[in-house]
Design a protein around this ligand. Structure first.
Ligand SMILES: C[S@@+](CC[C@H](N)C(=O)[O-])C[C@H]1O[C@@H](n2cnc3c(N)ncnc32)[C@H](O)[C@@H]1O
Length: 240
């Protein structure tokens, strides 16, 4: 993993997975997730959304089908090429590292889902950099929806988790298969959060927290945080 020319270790993961990424069960709930997010973020046709760590563009495609203009960015060239290939009108994609977002007050909302850049750890501090860039990309009163892995869930339910209590990063060895079914073993490093940490991060970046909910892929909803779902969904608003 991690050739010298790479900006992020996930690029090698994405290169191997290609479109086989969309076979994973956690990608199957896209329509429910978008159906939840459109009213939750107050999205209307014609509005502009930034999809940070968009992967092959599954949320962007469905948002664009609903008349919302989406710009997806991802550090993986492979995923950006997949997203651009056959993209519906209103959805555009570019290769960009979320640690260097160049946008200024341009978007009505941003989404960062399924550990899209936020939480796919490279080194301490990058999640704060990603949040700062997302906040800058939003117009004042713009909204953000971001999912984060649940620290409590990892501790309580994940047998054999390789969780570092100091950094809150979970390391996982897993097998990934490409379109041809060829498997390679790889490492994933996921930053995990408590709701309190998410609130502190938002407070430090001029984002007002609207809600933090316990969710699962394909089961986005308003539900108080618990230790029993893998993800939290944070909704927040740029304050000034
Ligand atoms: C698990 S996938 C989620 C993709 C998509 N949001 C979804 O819900 O299917 C995580 C994505 O985040 C991207 N990513 C990770 N770190 C990034 C960074 N620093 N800048 C841009 N994209 C990043 C990866 O390349 C990958 O496509």
């Amino acid at each position: 993993m991690g050739a010298a020319s790479r900006d992020h270790w996930f690029e090698d993961v994405a290169d191997h997975l290609g479109s086989a990424y969309l076979r994973y069960s956690f990608t199957k709930g896209t329509r429910q997730e978008v159906d939840f997010l459109i009213p939750a973020l107050g999205l209307e046709p014609g509005m502009r959304v930034l999809d940070v760590g968009c992967g092959p563009g599954r949320h962007a495609y469905v948002l664009a089908e609903r008349g919302i203009r989406v710009h997806g960015i991802d550090v993986s060239r492979r995923f950006v090429d997949l997203a651009n290939d056959g993209a519906p009108a209103g959805a555009t994609f570019e290769r960009l590292d979320a640690r260097h977002l160049p946008f200024d007050s341009e978007f009505d909302a941003a989404i960062c889902l399924c550990q899209g850049a936020f939480g796919l750890m490279t080194a301490d501090g990058h999640d704060a950099t990603v949040i700062a860039g997302i906040r800058r990309a939003l117009r004042p009163a713009g909204r953000v929806a971001l999912s984060a892995f649940n620290s409590y869930f990892v501790m309580k339910h994940w047998e054999g988790a390789d969780f570092d209590p100091d950094t809150g990063v979970n390391h996982e060895r897993t097998e990934i298969r490409n379109e041809a079914g060829e498997a390679v073993e790889t490492s994933l490093w996921t930053g995990c959060y408590t709701p309190r940490e998410l609130r502190l991060l938002c407070a430090a970046h001029d984002l007002a927290v609207d809600s933090i909910s316990s969710v699962e892929p394909g089961a986005y909803r308003f539900e108080p945080p618990t230790a029993d779902t893998a993800e939290f969904l944070l909704l927040a608003t740029r304050q000034s």
